[in-house]
Unconditional design. Structure first.
Length: 212
């Protein structure tokens, strides 16, 4: 029965890609992700076992659905790279951030110039390193910005990583850059502007005690 459901899921995914008119050159990435899942099921799946709750020993990640929704808006959820983001998100939710990084690295091996995957990898690396902008995370963010210098997502999420690390002053220029790169008619521009405003207020409040 498990193989039947796997086939149904695969057919549904490719039907969605066809309906959404995703470039067929990107279908190979989706197929690779599905094959990875199928291989994992073939190696470890035991559909005959009775269902029971599973304890992973990993700490689940806090709910970050609002930020994931913003990420999907900025990076276009329905692309060939989306399958890797979905898989990495699933790993992050159960607290396996290392696996999330490995999933995205697998995608980058197939599509080394994909800005969506590099941005996702940068986010995963920052989360894996206790929300610190480590050198590998910074490199991934910088690579995403090199690949798409006019896209607001890489600088925005680098700024977010600095905010989560408590380095608010470092975050400010990246959020300002992201806002500048975002067209006025894009739906998520208000989200970026609101966060930049709140960040400026926080920075002003931090500076206030030092003023004469």
């Amino acid at each position: 029965m498990g193989w039947v459901w796997l086939g149904v899921i695969g057919a549904g995914v490719f039907a969605m890609l066809a309906v959404l008119k995703v470039d067929r050159l990107l279908w190979s990435m989706v197929a690779s992700a599905l094959m990875l899942g199928a291989a994992g099921y073939a190696l470890q799946g035991q559909p005959g076992l009775a269902g029971h709750s599973v304890t992973t020993g990993l700490a689940p990640a806090p709910d970050d659905s609002a930020m994931l929704e913003l990420r999907d808006q900025m990076l276009e959820r329905y692309t060939g790279a989306a399958a890797y983001l979905v898989a990495a998100d699933a790993m992050t939710r159960i607290g396996d951030r290392r696996a999330a990084v490995q999933v995205l690295l697998g995608g980058i091996r197939i599509a080394p110039t994909n800005v969506v995957l590099w941005t996702g990898l940068a986010n995963a690396l920052a989360a894996h390193d206790a929300n610190q902008v480590s050198p590998p995370a910074l490199f991934a963010f910088q690579q995403a910005m090199r690949l798409a210098p006019k896209h607001p997502a890489p600088p925005f999420f680098l700024g977010l990583a600095y905010v989560r690390a408590g380095e608010f002053a470092k975050a400010r220029p990246y959020w300002a850059r992201a806002l500048t790169l975002t067209p006025a008619d894009i739906s998520y521009r208000g989200e970026i502007a609101a966060r930049l405003t709140l960040l400026d207020r926080l920075l002003d409040a931090q500076d206030a005690p030092d003023r004469p």
